[in-house]
Design a protein around this ligand. Structure first.
Ligand SMILES: *Cc1c(COP(=O)(O)O)cnc(C)c1O
Length: 380
């Protein structure tokens, strides 16, 4: 019996050919034809300027550097996220201020954001950026968030690491903020084995980030550096994988959504299980299907039991992201909390959502969930 992973890479037929090209032409080192072509695909897809980099975290770091965020600055950040989204705020010596989620999309609560903007502006601590996340692929309430950002004149950075292929009001996630990031880590909807992208409305940001990502080399015959640089470029090998993956993105989104559809239909027999709500004009890539047992979780025990029983059958599942405001590393960070992300962490479980998963496997997973919830003995 082979193990069922949460969201493993799903390679099509084209990737090897692009990687092979890199070998044939000996463009193994950073940059080269695959990187150029991959960035063109990303720009065509987003309608924005793009830079392919070594990870989503690197892309977020570059976004903060482009916005000149430094020690003493405040950055508002969605609390329900993966740490790679928030760590770059610490790299810059700035202070993250975590904002809790609303219960429908599980993303940044616009009411809390408004409260935080008001309070911090009054105290002369207006944030230098707002990082909003489209968690598990579900678009955030961008309309209100963008309105508030415009009103207070604060740039928005979209963390679309999990939302490649998601759309809001006919605009791809990643194309709404002043800047955005994608991740192509191994478990994301498409992968380069490891990689990411910075996306920006203004070409100046990408030009600046491109230079910094390649050790901030100045235009001299020798190596001259007048700024701090980083080694963040994507390798030409990895970009070859990305080229092939971009060609199948639409198919991957379709299958992720079918996974979700089947899970939600089969689990509708258990009345209290809920999912992220896709409310117009949001269209989610449904990167992961995540169920929420809400207050029927017996103090957190049911979710744990489900996870253990799945594990026994070689099926991987995972708790919802532990919110940043509850992470030891961010214990000194201020936060605006309403209980939503803490409750999701306690009562949510991410179900296997790979695009190569079969309907039979989904039915098998659902039957295990049902048996635990209905307290039946599991025969192994
Ligand atoms: C994966 C992820 C990142 C970081 O991307 P890496 O490519 O792994 O560095 C950032 N934010 C979110 C929400 C993610 O899921």
């Amino acid at each position: 019996m082979s193990r069922i992973w949460l969201s493993p890479p799903h390679i099509s037929s084209a990737e090897q050919q692009y990687v092979q090209e890199a070998f044939t032409t000996n463009w193994i080192a950073p940059l080269g034809a695959n990187v150029t072509a991959f960035e063109k695909q990303l720009s065509d897809f987003t309608g924005r300027f793009t830079l392919a980099v070594s990870s989503g975290t690197a892309a977020m770091h570059l976004a903060l550097v482009c916005l000149n965020i430094q020690a003493g600055d405040f950055v508002f950040c969605q609390s329900l996220t993966f740490a790679g989204c928030a760590f770059p705020v610490l790299y810059q010596g700035a202070t993250p201020v975590f904002i809790d989620s609303e219960a429908s999309s599980w993303n940044m609560d616009p009411d809390l954001l408004e409260e935080a903007l008001k309070k911090y502006t009054e105290q002369n601590k207006k944030p230098k950026a707002i990082i909003v996340v489209h968690i598990y692929g579900m678009p955030a309430e961008m309309k209100r968030i963008q309105q508030l950002a415009a009103e207070y004149e604060v740039p928005v950075i979209e963390d679309a690491a999990e939302a490649v292929g998601s759309v809001y009001d006919d605009v791809p996630c990643g194309s709404m903020g002043d800047m955005a990031i994608y991740s192509f880590n191994g478990n994301k909807i498409i992968t380069t084995s490891g990689g990411g992208a910075l996306i920006a409305k203004r070409i100046e940001y990408i030009q600046h980030a491109r230079k910094l990502s390649d050790q901030a080399k100045e235009n001299f015959l020798h190596y001259e550096h007048s700024q701090t640089g980083y080694n963040y470029r994507l390798s030409n090998i990895c970009a070859g994988i990305g080229r092939g993956q971009m060609e199948v993105l639409a198919e991957r989104v379709e299958r992720k959504r079918e996974n979700f559809q089947l899970y939600s239909e089969l689990l509708s027999s258990i009345s209290f299980i809920q999912f992220q709500q896709e409310r117009a004009p949001a269209f989610s890539n449904r990167w992961l299907t995540v169920m929420n047992l809400q207050d029927h979780n017996n103090g957190g025990q049911l979710v744990q039991q489900i996870q253990v029983q799945l594990q026994k059958q070689e099926i991987e599942s995972r708790p919802v992201w532990k919110p940043m405001h509850s992470q030891p590393v961010f214990k000194n960070a201020p936060s605006f909390i309403n209980g939503v992300s803490d409750s999701l962490f306690q009562n949510g479980l991410c179900l296997p959502s790979g695009t190569a998963l079969t309907n039979t496997q989904i039915k098998q997973i659902v039957s295990i969930v049902e048996r635990v919830v209905c307290n039946e003995e599991i025969v192994i």
